[in-house]
Design a protein. Structure first.
Length: 296
């Protein structure tokens, strides 16, 4: 092939890839995207500055709206997909109740690259869950700082929510008691699970229990914890032990163990909004947030 024709073909393929990979913004949720540079350390002590991609959503109007930071989980096989996290169905539940939502795609995930993985916690028989908690919560706090700088938010009314590793990271962030934090929600929080090789039994769950005990000592905001009976990452024996350790250490967390959901209850946050929404709405009401959608 002639060089010029080869160049045109490559250009065409690149344009196709960009078009295919683009995500249409949800205009009714006022979706926008930005990025922040954050420096963190990994399991091995390496320190790097990476980009945290922040997807933002807000209700109609000028606010001030309470802030919600929504934290994603971790795929055991493919951290580059999705290119950025957005959870629009779940976001809609919160935006309808007046929240401005900031959803970070953390370092080591998505289109910004996965070569540096600050949430690696080591091999299954040699887990250290502390570096993950430190790195993820540092990024979340950076996003919270950015969120508080927006003109349409109320910096004194903050809710943090997370799923799986994001739930664990949410608890780690709550333990650092950021100013303005009213409450936090942990959906199936934890790490070290793998449904394919050891369903329901996370790697060294006792070390995760120790981390939750550590978080309980300093967490001041009330929390809601939601797990399911058929979670293929963390079975009830572990989630109950983690909750007990958190509360015994001084944390305040309302624990709900829900009936089996689908084939793997770990997917409840993603696929069961209609199941968890009444529980979350009740909790929001207790904390002074809107339990019902705002009527316009």
């Amino acid at each position: 092939m002639r060089p010029f024709l080869h160049f045109l073909l490559c250009l065409s393929l690149a344009a196709t890839a960009v078009t295919a990979g683009a995500q249409q913004l949800a205009t009714d949720l006022h979706e926008s995207v930005t990025s922040l540079d954050v420096k963190v350390k990994d399991f091995y002590g390496r320190e790097e500055t990476g980009k945290v991609v922040v997807t933002q959503f807000k209700p109609d109007g000028n606010g001030p709206f309470p802030i919600l930071i929504l934290n994603h989980g971790r795929s055991p096989t493919n951290r580059s997909d999705p290119p950025r996290f957005r959870y629009t169905k779940q976001v809609r539940f919160f935006v309808e109740r007046g929240f401005a939502v900031f959803e970070p795609t953390r370092i080591g995930y998505g289109e910004q690259g996965t070569h540096f993985d600050p949430e690696d916690s080591g091999s299954c028989n040699n887990k250290n869950y502390a570096p993950m908690a430190e790195a993820a919560s540092t990024e979340i706090l950076a996003v919270l700082k950015y969120a508080k700088e927006q003109a349409y938010v109320d910096p004194n009314r903050v809710l943090i929510v997370g799923q799986s590793v994001g739930g664990y990271s949410t608890t780690a962030t709550a333990a650092r008691h950021p100013e303005g934090l009213i409450a936090a929600i942990n959906f199936a929080g934890g790490s070290g699970g793998d449904p394919a090789t050891h369903p329901g039994i996370p790697c060294q769950g006792n070390r995760m229990e120790d981390m939750y005990a550590r978080f309980g000592k300093t967490t001041q905001a009330p929390m809601l914890w939601i797990y399911t009976e058929n979670d293929q990452y963390f079975n009830p024996e572990h989630s109950k032990a983690w909750h007990a350790a958190f509360v015994k250490a001084g944390g305040n967390a309302e624990y709900h163990l829900l009936p089996p959901f689908a084939k793997n209850g770990h997917t409840l946050f993603a696929n069961g909004v209609e199941v968890w929404s009444p529980i979350v709405a009740e909790f929001l009401g207790k904390q002074g947030f809107n339990a019902e959608p705002i009527k316009h």
